[in-house]
Ligand binder design. Structure first.
Ligand SMILES: *Cc1c(COP(=O)(O)O)cnc(C)c1O
Length: 360
């Protein structure tokens, strides 16, 4: 079987070494030495000043919304994973969907401004497939309208824009280290901000608001992560450059076939150092996508419709029927299998099946 992704697993001995240390220390969670070490190494690797390791990428978004005291309406993209929208609703705010640019699959900045009202407090955008949003246009709009900006960077690990980490943009950026992501710690996530006061606040929020054993600085929740998860991160981080290289080779191999498909890939933003987190195809029609998916499944190949459906179809949000591009892209987008142990022969087989279906 060829799934859309397989989690990277390092040599077990390397993980075991960390686990033995944990046993010796008998310190399993609560800001332990491995969590601290992972935060330090991640800051170096990503070249960012401030980063907090948290339970997962969803709690990272929720903490970001909470830390910025957001209330009212948040402009967001309908083309993302459900956690982007559900976090807004969970925090008591209202998502306002703005359509995407069908070429990049990211929120279309030209359509943001007309959706801003006096109740709008922020923009929450996703770097879809790790492809940077038009961060300059969004910053400009936010500044002029006094809005906060959060980026859901769940896909954007290691991505650079104009030579700098994409996580440096916005008031807060978040990342997910879930097993299905490019870099993972089994479960996990991170919050990145350039603002040290904000960082301090989020550190309190992450740990029940504790300021010492019997003093509370703020309302908080449990957003901590464990030594075991941090250990997986420390081992995997050593391999991430290699993983990205391998995935680049696999993506290039897929792209050899691209000109024959009735499909395109999203346009990667200029001046971007991409991370090859996904290999999405946007087919000419959803009928073709469904036909191809059916035959691939018959051959034990399981690509994923990602993201589908468009988030304004969620039962707990107000639909904005103006998001026609997001509806269209969601109905035609398919992520092909991509993971470090996938072989080029398997890609050949997948592409041959797809071409056969398409051309008969
Ligand atoms: C995976 C993902 C999340 C959620 O991250 P978790 O770590 O699974 O909670 C949020 N947004 C996007 C775009 C994602 O792909």
């Amino acid at each position: 079987m060829i799934p859309v992704t397989k989690p990277f697993l390092p040599p077990i001995e390397e993980y075991e070494r960390y686990i033995r240390e944990i046993w010796k220390r008998n310190w399993l969670t609560n800001n332990g030495p491995l969590v601290n070490e992972l935060e330090l190494k991640l800051k170096e690797h990503l070249d960012v000043n401030h980063l907090l390791y948290v339970t997962n990428g969803t709690i990272a978004i929720q903490l970001a919304i909470k830390a910025l005291n957001l209330e009212g309406k948040i402009i967001t993209t309908p083309f993302s994973y459900v956690a982007t929208t559900s976090s807004i609703v969970w925090e008591g705010c209202e998502p306002v969907f703005v359509d995407i640019d069908p070429l990049t699959c990211n929120i279309d900045p030209q359509k943001i401004e007309t959706s801003i009202t006096k109740d709008t407090c922020a923009i929450l955008a996703t770097h879809v497939y790790g492809n940077p949003c038009d961060v300059e246009a969004i910053q400009d709009i936010a500044k002029r309208n006094n809005l906060k900006v959060i980026y859901d960077g769940a896909h954007a690990f290691g991505v650079k824009y104009k030579g700098k980490s994409i996580f440096e943009w916005g008031d807060i950026s978040t990342c997910s280290f879930h097993s299905t992501k490019l870099f993972h710690t089994i479960e996990g996530g991170a919050i990145i901000t350039k603002n040290p006061d904000l960082l301090k606040r989020i550190a309190y929020l992450r740990n029940f608001g504790h300021d010492g054993p019997d003093k509370f600085a703020d309302l908080g929740i449990n957003g901590k992560n464990s030594e075991f998860h941090a250990a997986m991160g420390l081992v995997n981080l050593k391999y991430v450059k290699e993983i990205i290289e391998t995935r680049k080779g696999l993506c290039d191999h897929y792209s050899n076939f691209l000109k024959n498909f009735k499909a395109v890939t999203p346009r990667v933003t200029r001046e971007t150092e991409y991370n090859y987190a996904y290999y999405p195809l946007l087919f000419d029609s959803s009928e073709l996508l469904v036909k191809i998916t059916d035959v691939l499944n018959q051959n034990w190949v399981y690509p994923r419709r990602y993201f589908y459906p468009s988030l304004e179809n969620l039962p707990y949000v107000k639909k904005n029927s103006g998001c026609v591009m997001a509806e269209s892209v969601a109905s035609r987008a398919l992520c092909l299998p991509l993971y470090d142990t996938l072989s080029k022969e398997e890609i050949d087989m997948i592409c041959r099946i797809m071409l056969r279906v398409q051309n008969n």
